[in-house]
Design a binder for this molecule. Structure first.
Ligand code: G4P
Ligand code: NA
Ligand code: NA
Length: 190
């Protein structure tokens, strides 16, 4: 998606060679017009795919998923929770996610109320790095007896291997921008 790549090149900032900061439009401040265009692009790429629900993970995935829903005929958007909550835990699908950035395992949960057998679920997230979070969401969809209809990612770090994990799980992946490399202070797209 050219508009997104342009935004990354002009406003993204590189940290320690492995992290792309996009706080000014995606992870802290939100560019709603760009988010809306991303939603339209996801809808174009997944045209003809039946989607009953969109699933994402808090926090940064929520804005992307909610804006995308506008372009898929307003399916419900469910976000997986990272924090514990007494009410939720009793009746939730749960999976463990290893965070490479934080070097720790955390739990992700979705209430059984909001994912039902047979539902076709589009998974949306802001970043795909090593793919552990996304793979966790696929696991939750499968626990529910629902079907992963696809994965839509805003920025895929192609050099961190997450894309392979998703494809190996047999799920279609569409990333709006794929980074080939961000080494030596230079951003290269695939
Ligand atoms: P993985 O799930 O793909 O394996 O990635 P990892 O554990 O390494 O990522 C942890 C968090 O960091 C995730 O956000 C992920 O989206 C984000 N992330 C990974 N690489 C980058 C990067 O280069 N730039 C930015 N801006 N984010 C990156 P999170 O912890 O779920 O936080 P939130 O932003 O959704 O609240
Ligand atoms: Na993130
Ligand atoms: Na995220």
């Amino acid at each position: 998606m050219e508009q997104l790549k342009h935004k990354i090149l002009t406003e993204g900032r590189l940290l320690d060679g492995f992290v792309l900061k996009v706080d000014n439009f995606l992870n802290h401040q939100l560019d709603v017009e760009l988010l809306d265009a991303m939603g339209a692009e996801f809808a174009r790429r997944f045209a003809g795919v039946k989607i009953d629900k969109i699933l994402t993970i808090e926090a940064s995935g929520i804005a992307v998923a909610a804006m995308a829903a506008r372009h898929f005929g307003y399916p419900p958007v469910v976000f997986a929770k990272k924090t514990q909550s007494l009410n939720l835990d009793a009746d939730a699908f749960e999976t463990e996610v290893y965070s490479f950035t934080k070097q720790q395992v955390y739990k992700v949960r979705v209430s059984r109320r909001y994912l039902k057998p047979g539902e076709r679920v589009l998974i949306i997230d802001d970043f795909l790095a090593h793919g552990h979070a996304t793979r966790g969401l696929i696991d939750i969809v499968k626990q529910a007896g629902a079907e992963p209809a696809g994965v839509g990612i805003v920025i895929e770090k192609g050099f961190q291997g997450g894309g392979k994990l998703i494809r190996d799980a047999g799920v279609r992946l569409e990333s709006l921008a794929v980074l080939k490399s961000i080494a030596d202070g230079k951003i290269e797209f695939a």
